[in-house]
Design a protein around this ligand. Structure first.
Ligand code: NAD
Length: 487
C-alpha cells in the first residue's frame, strides 16, 4: 500500500513517484510513500494560506484552540503503540524509547494547550494621550522541516506551539522517517482542526528547498544539520523572514576531579550512547580531569563493553541500529580518518560480529582517546562515538570546551556546585546540565548557540516565536492634534 500525503483534507498519491522507508534493523521495507511534486507543495502552501483566512480557524478563540490541542494529545495517547511502532520501523530506535517519546509528544500538545489558553497581551504604560497595549498574532504560514532521529518529539515540539499560536502549517518530515508526520496529519483531522491548518508533504532536500523558497511562506522552523540550516537561513534572510534553526552539536561532557564517578560513568554513557548517539545533544566530547582520567576511563570502557547491541524490540537492548545504512557508512569513514589522525580506539570501532545483527545498520558503541583538535573531536558524528579528552585545570578546560564551532549543550560532573556554576557561565552553550545529562522539559527553553542554531523552542517563548506582536495606540485626547504647526 502506498502512503499518501495530506493537503487540506485530501490525501494524495495517485500518479506520484514513490520512495521507501527502510527498517534499518533488517533492511526490510517499512513503508512505500508517495512523493509530493513541486505543484503539490505549492498547493499545500495555498491550502495553509486559505486555512488562515477561514473564519473557523482565524476567529477561533484561544480556549477552543486549546481544546483541539488537548484532543490531539488524547489521540496521540490513544494511538501510542501504533505511533511508537511506526517510528521504530522508520528509524530503528528502541521501541522503549519510541514509547517514551509518544508520552513526550502528548505532553507538548497538553502544555501548549495550557499556554494557548492562558497567554496574554500587555497593557503598556502610556507616555502621552493614548491607551497602549500589545497583543500577539500568528505569524502566518509556517513551514516545518524535521530530521529523522526523533520525529515523534521533534515534530510535536514544532506543531504544538505553532498550532497553539493560530498558524497554518506545512510539515515536511525527513525522507528517512516520513511516517510520523503523516500520522500527525491524520490525527489533526481526527481532532477536528479545520482542513489546511496542518498539511503534510513528503520528499527529500529538494522538497524542503521548494518549501522554504516559496514567497508565501512566512516563517520556517527547522531542525536538522548545520549545513542545511545555513542554506535555509540564507534563503529566509534574503526574504527578510524569520527562521528558527535547531542544528547540530558537539557537546562537552565534563568530568571534574571531584566528580562522583558512580554518577558520572552512567551519566556519560547516557549522554553519548542513548539512541546510539543520534542526538543533537549527545555528550560526544568527554573531558576528563587528568587526576581521575585513568579511573574514569577504565570504568567507562568496561561499562560500554557491557552494553547490549541488538534488536529494537528487545527490552534489554541498549544500542539499536543506526537509522540508515548510508549514515553508518558515513560514520565508518569518519572513524577511518580518526585512526589516520592518531586517535586510539579504547573500545568498539566496528560492526558487531553477531550473525543475528548482520542484516542491520549496527555499529558498536565506540570510545576514542583523542585531542580536541582532531576532526573526529570537532565534527558532529551523530552516532555512538565518544571522544575522551584530558584537561589539566578549569582554564585549560574552558579553552578546549569552547574551542568548537557548535554550542548546543554541556554537562558538568562535580561535587562543587559553585565551581559548576562558575564553569557553566563561561561555557558557550544554550543548555547546561550539572550532575545530570539529557533531561529536557517542555517548559524550559531549548536551543543552541554559535553554529548549533538560532532561536529557542519550549516554554512560553517557544510559542511566542510563532507569533508577531502588534502594538495598539488608542487616542484618549479630548482635542484634535495641533498640526500643521501654527494652526
Ligand atoms: P538534514 O539537515 O540532512 O535534514 C533535515 C531535514 O531537512 C530533512 O527533512 C531534509 O529532507 C531537509 N533538507 C535537506 N536539505 C534541505 C534544503 N536544502 N532545504 C530545505 N530542507 C532540506 O539533517 P538530518 O540528517 O535529517 O538530521 C541530523 C541532523 O539534525 C544532525 O546534525 C542533528 O544534530 C540535527 N538535529 C538537531 C536537533 C536540535 O534540536 N538542535 C535535534 C535533532 C537533530
Amino acid at each position: 500500500m502506498i502512503r499518501p500525503f495530506l493537503i487540506g483534507n485530501e490525501w494524495r498519491h495517485v500518479g506520484r513517484p514513490t520512495f521507501e522507508s527502510i527498517y534499518p534493523a533488517d533492511s526490510s521495507v517499512s513503508a512505500v510513500v508517495a512523493e509530493s511534486s513541486i505543484e503539490d507543495i505549492n498547493d499545500a502552501i495555498s491550502s495553509a494560506r486559505q486555512a488562515l483566512g477561514n473564519p473557523q480557524w482565524r476567529d477561533m478563540p484561544a480556549h477552543r484552540r486549546s481544546r483541539l490541542l488537548h484532543r490531539f494529545a488524547d489521540l496521540v495517547e490513544a494511538n501510542a503503540e501504533h505511533l511508537a511502532d511506526t517510528q521504530t520501523r522508520d528509524n530503528g530506535k528502541t521501541v522503549a524509547e519510541s514509547r517514551a517519546q509518544v508520552a513526550g509528544a502528548a505532553e507538548f500538545f497538553r502544555y501548549y494547550a495550557a499556554v494557548c489558553e492562558t497567554s496574554q497581551g500587555e497593557v503598556v504604560p502610556a507616555r502621552g494621550s493614548y491607551f497602549g497595549f500589545s497583543e500577539y498574532e500568528p505569524v502566518g504560514v509556517v513551514a516545518a522541516i524535521t530530521p529523522w532521529n526523533s520525529p515523534l518529539t521533534l515534530e510535536a515540539q514544532k506543531l504544538a506551539p505553532a498550532l497553539a499560536a493560530g498558524n497554518a502549517i506545512v510539515l515536511k518530515s525527513s525522507e528517512i522517517t516520513p511516517q510520523i508526520g503523516l500520522e500527525y496529519g491524520r490525527l489533526a483531522l481526527e481532532a477536528g482542526f479545520p482542513a489546511g491548518v496542518l498539511n503534510v508533504v513528503t520528499g527529500a532536500g529538494e522538497s524542503g528547498r521548494t518549501l522554504v523558497s516559496h514567497p508565501d511562506v512566512d516563517m520556517v522552523t527547522f531542525t536538522g544539520g548545520t549545513r542545511t540550516g545555513r542554506a535555509i537561513g540564507q534563503i529566509m534572510g534574503a526574504r527578510a523572514r524569520p527562521a528558527i534553526l535547531e542544528l547540530g552539536g558537539k557537546s562537552p561532557n565534563i568530568v571534574c576531579d571531584d566528580a562522583d564517578l558512580e554518577l558520572a560513568v552512567p551519566g556519560a554513557m547516557i549522554a553519548i550512547f542513548h539512541n546510539a548517539g543520534q542526538s543533537c545533544l549527545a555528550g560526544s566530547r568527554i573531558f576528563v580531569q587528568e587526576s581521575v582520567y585513568d579511573a574514569f576511563v577504565s570504568r567507562l570502557v568496561a561499562a560500554t563493553q557491557a552494553l547490549r547491541v541488538g534488536d529494537p524490540y528487545d527490552a534489554t537492548t541498549a544500542i539499536a541500529p543506526l537509522a540508515s545504512f548510508g549514515h553508518r557508512e558515513q560514520i565508518e569513514r569518519m572513524l577511518e580518518t580518526a585512526r589516520t589522525d592518531g586517535a586510539s580506539i579504547l573500545t568498539g570501532g566496528g560492526r558487531p560480529r553477531a550473525a543475528s545483527l548482520a542484516a542491520g545498520a549496527y555499529l558498536e558503541p565506540t570510545l576514542l582517546a583523542t585531542d580536541n583538535r582532531m576532526a573526529i573531536a570537532r565534527e558532529e558524528v551523530f552516532g555512538p562515538v565518544g571522544c575522551i579528552i584530558p584537561f589539566k585545570d578549569d582554564e585549560d578546560l574552558l579553552r578546549q570546551a569552547n574551542d568548537n564551532d557548535f554550542g548546543l549543550a554541556c554537562g558538568i560532573w562535580t561535587r562543587d556546585h559553585a565551581r559548576a556554576l562558575r564553569l557553566a557561565r563561561r561555557i558557550n552553550t544554550g543548555v547546561v546540565w550539572i550532575n545530570t545529562y539529557k533531561i529536557t522539559a517542555v517548559n524550559m527553553p531549548f536551543g543552541g548557540n554559535k553554529s548549533s542554531g538560532v532561536g529557542r523552542e519550549g516554554g512560553w517563548p517557544g510559542m511566542r516565536a510563532y507569533m508577531v506582536e502588534k502594538s495598539y495606540y488608542v487616542n484618549t485626547a479630548a482635542s484634535p492634534v495641533a498640526w500643521p504647526p501654527g494652526a
